[in-house]
Design a protein around this ligand. Structure first.
Ligand code: SER
Length: 314
């Protein structure tokens, strides 16, 4: 069967790299990039692109009708920090965007749907270290609330309507190709840009703030591996815990100093993102992903640091 894959939110930090990876596997013309904004040169010139707002049902419907997708990836969302600046919009986009896609996937018999969740589904009363798949979840950001509700909807549609929907709780994703989209973990990207440009960085998260992170190459590979896995192996239909590496700003800075010895790290004060970070896990237990679809990250801290610096230098 020829796959037809629609990626909604194709211009974002994940979409930019996912579209490229999927086009390599499934062929350029079979992966339709969709976003509300004009795409960058690469995505537009390597295959089909459509302007889509995931809150406009008629446009979405015409996309499903035109392409009859076998797989849909819904990446359009407001992240944790931007979500707090506009809570109602974050809820509307993150929740109604998802429900629109789940309903259309049923109408058009889409074989598989992918929707990302986040470590933001955990909250102040979740265990901080090696946070398990199943535990207390009391997110206190609109982003986290919408992701947790979205997870419940995904599982509900799978159980009620037999929709093959799959999901991963991404940690902070580190990448050099596209800019991050307003998250709490974005410091771990900005730090590389400033280290190379200015030799110094003022972190908006405090020393000692340990968060789960992952290199984008691992995240893209893991996402495609989950989507390729036998449906019978996927027992979690809410969203899988997913782990790469965990570190603090000062541990990352020490690693950067191995390549840029004069690099200095300072800290800003009273950034609202600190409270968000404090409510999230320090590390994640991803044993379900490991056991059920053989997840294994390839990038540790030293490998991702080297790769970021090499690519950003170019
Ligand atoms: N990187 C995201 C954020 O910080 C977590 O899902 O919002």
């Amino acid at each position: 069967m020829i796959e037809k894959i629609v990626v909604l939110g194709s211009n974002g930090q994940i979409g930019t790299e996912l579209v490229t990876a999927l086009r390599r596997v499934y062929g350029e013309s079979n992966v339709i990039a969709c976003d509300i904004r004009r795409p960058d040169y690469d995505i537009k010139n390597s295959g089909p692109f459509e302007f889509v707002n995931v809150l406009e049902k008629d446009t979405l419907n015409s996309i499903f009708q035109k392409y009859q997708p076998t797989q849909v990836y819904l990446l359009a969302a407001l992240l944790s920090a931007t979500g707090e600046q506009n809570p109602k919009l974050a809820w509307d986009l993150n929740m109604n965007g998802l429900l629109n896609i789940l309903d259309l996937a049923i109408t058009y018999k889409t074989a598989k749907v992918y929707w990302p969740s986040s470590i933001a589904v955990f909250g102040p009363n979740s265990p901080k270290d090696n946070t398990p798949q199943f535990c207390v979840m009391d997110p206190n950001t609109v982003y986290g609330i919408s992701k947790l509700a979205g997870e419940r909807w995904c599982e509900y549609y799978q159980q009620k309507y037999n929709l093959d929907v799959r999901s991963i709780r991404y940690p902070g994703l580190i990448s050099w190709k596209a800019a991050p989209g307003g998250g709490t973990t974005d410091y771990a990207i900005h730090i590389f840009h400033d280290a190379l440009k200015k030799g110094t960085y003022a972190s908006f998260l405090n020393a000692g703030t340990e968060l789960p992170m992952m290199y984008m190459d691992d995240a893209i590979r893991g996402t495609i591996e989950l989507m390729d896995a036998e449906a019978s192996k996927i027992t979690i239909r809410s969203s899988y815990n997913f782990a790469g590496v965990s570190f603090t700003p000062e541990i990352l800075a020490a690693e950067i100093r191995k390549h840029i010895p004069e690099f200095t790290l300072t800290y800003t004060e009273n950034d609202p993102r600190q409270n968000i970070a404090d409510s999230w896990p320090r590390s994640i237990d991803d044993s379900f992903a490991v056991k059920e679809w053989e997840w294994k990250p390839e990038f540790d801290l030293s490998k991702l640091t080297l790769d970021m610096i090499e690519n950003l230098k170019k």
